[in-house]
Design a protein around this ligand. Structure first.
Ligand code: UDP
Length: 236
């Protein structure tokens, strides 16, 4: 499957058409942004790592009965996926307090969240992805009530599965963001699942192994992404 015209360029990925209107190619870039694009940089080989890590995770989720847009990984930077009409709602799950939750509610970082917290944000860069609730989603028709119910149950299942997946690899899944889209009447999990959109801490040391290293200039960014790659995609 070869790529045709570019359909969209985002901060971390480019979407290309293919000869099949139901399929598109996600090309993973090394570009990194944070704080609504104010901080820009490059994480060498991030695109390759995120493509491989996302592939492994989508395959695992599919095996466990979660319908995703994943079709196949074409090469180091390209993933063939089903084309989606993206639902403009980011679904966040939090197992441990970090990031915007701490800022917004004055919660100390690393506090365990039991039961996990689920939040919705509007996918809208110019508005800085504001937090929204089900009532906003319903009134503004960003998703149907049935779809919202699905996002919650599917997201919760993904949280349980990924928490287990990462734990087996010595990583604590602190929080993460999911995006879903519509494809031929079905809602599928889309986007990518990688250290760009998940907070991942070393289970033993609590060391950060995700995009927070880039956001807050913690150093060893490439090394930590590579470590996640090795733990997720390595044989041993
Ligand atoms: N996240 C993301 N894209 C966004 C916002 C958040 O991938 O536009 C991820 C982020 O990496 C983290 C989780 O969602 O794993 C929760 O993010 P949070 O609300 O704490 O926002 P942040 O502190 O990252 O701005």
């Amino acid at each position: 499957m070869k790529r045709q015209e570019q359909l969209y360029e985002g901060k971390a990925k480019i979407i290309y058409a293919t000869e099949d209107p139901d399929l598109v190619i996600q090309y993973f870039k090394d570009d990194a942004t944070a704080f609504d694009g104010i901080k820009k940089g490059t994480i060498v080989d991030k695109g390759v790592i995120n493509n491989h890590v996302s592939t492994k995770i989508f395959q695992y989720l599919e095996e466990k009965g979660v319908a995703t847009h994943y079709v196949e990984r074409l090469n180091d930077r390209e993933m063939l996926v089903k084309s989606l009409e993206i639902i403009p709602v980011e679904v966040v799950f939090r197992n441990v307090a970090a990031g915007s939750l701490c800022k917004r509610l004055g919660i100390e970082e690393a506090k365990l969240l039991d039961p996990p917290i689920q939040e919705f944000f509007l996918k809208d860069d110019p508005l800085h992805d504001p937090m929204i609730n089900e009532s906003h989603i319903k009134t503004f028709e960003w998703a149907t009530e049935k779809e919202v119910a699905f996002l919650k149950t599917s997201g919760s299942k993904v949280n349980q599965l990924l928490t287990e997946f990462f734990k087996e690899r010595g990583i604590r899944l602190v929080d993460f963001k999911l995006e879903y889209g519509r494809h031929k009447g079905e809602v599928l999990l889309g986007d990518e699942i990688s250290p760009d959109g998940c907070r991942l801490w070393d289970w033993e040391t609590g060391e950060k192994m995700d995009k927070d290293r880039f956001r807050f200039n913690l150093g060893s960014v490439e090394e930590k992404y590579q470590e996640v790659y090795n733990l997720v995609c390595g044989e041993g």
